[in-house]
Ligand binder design. Sequence first.
Ligand code: IPE
Length: 260
Amino acid sequence: MNDSSELVILKLGGSVITDKSAADGVVRKAELLRIAREISGYRGKLIVVHGAGSFGHTYAKKYGLDRKFDPEGGRITHESVKKLSIAVVEALTHFGIRAVAVHPLGCTVCKNGRIESLYLDNLKLMLENGFVPVLHGDVVMDSELGGCVLSGDQILPYLAKALQASRLGLGSAAEGVLGKDGKAVLELTPSNFEEVRGYIGASEDTDVTGGMLGKVWELLNLCKTSCITSHIFNAGKADNVQRFLEGEAIGTRISPDKGN
Ligand code: IPE
């Protein structure tokens, strides 16, 4: 597999690595191990960001963190996603990946729910020295709101821009962004977004961070302000993570309009 010095950022959606319908955090162990094995063949620089699934979303919803910050709810939600982070790091380590957890609560500040600063020096040194940083959706401090829920979907484009990633992949439980015929739209650009928008499913009820529409919005914004292309693909399907890491264009490709 690729051993370039270019950076790839991969998100593992919470609906792939956890049972999102569970009332409390449940890891899909077999899926997580399969994905970790697929990642282990990759030799380049890599950051993994994972979602919260039934770990964070359950508590974020219970404590209404999407409406108003509550310190006790925030602490409990953070502790919950930390447990998932331990499971992800363990699975990656099992396959020889030098994964280290970086909790966004400790290195990120938001303003009205958007990242204002995320400490990058540490991440850069980790990447230069052979670590695979593992970040995740989290509860973070917010200079206006006190605290907020930060989705991995927002961390992904922020890091891609700040660290000049070459590829960005969002491994979800769907084939990609589904169009009118129920099949993945192969190419999504700012100019065909309105056409596709009506078919994009609303977020599932335990998801406080916007579901598929939220992901598309983040990635479209990224390609409007940079030339970075991303892929939303089905990480629940065997070999897809490996195929993405090998450079294959799978799922929905989100890219700037041609000529931009
Ligand atoms: C959500 O993160 C964070 C919390 C609820 C604390 P994500 O938005 O990245 O999680 P998934 O991928 O939807 O599960």
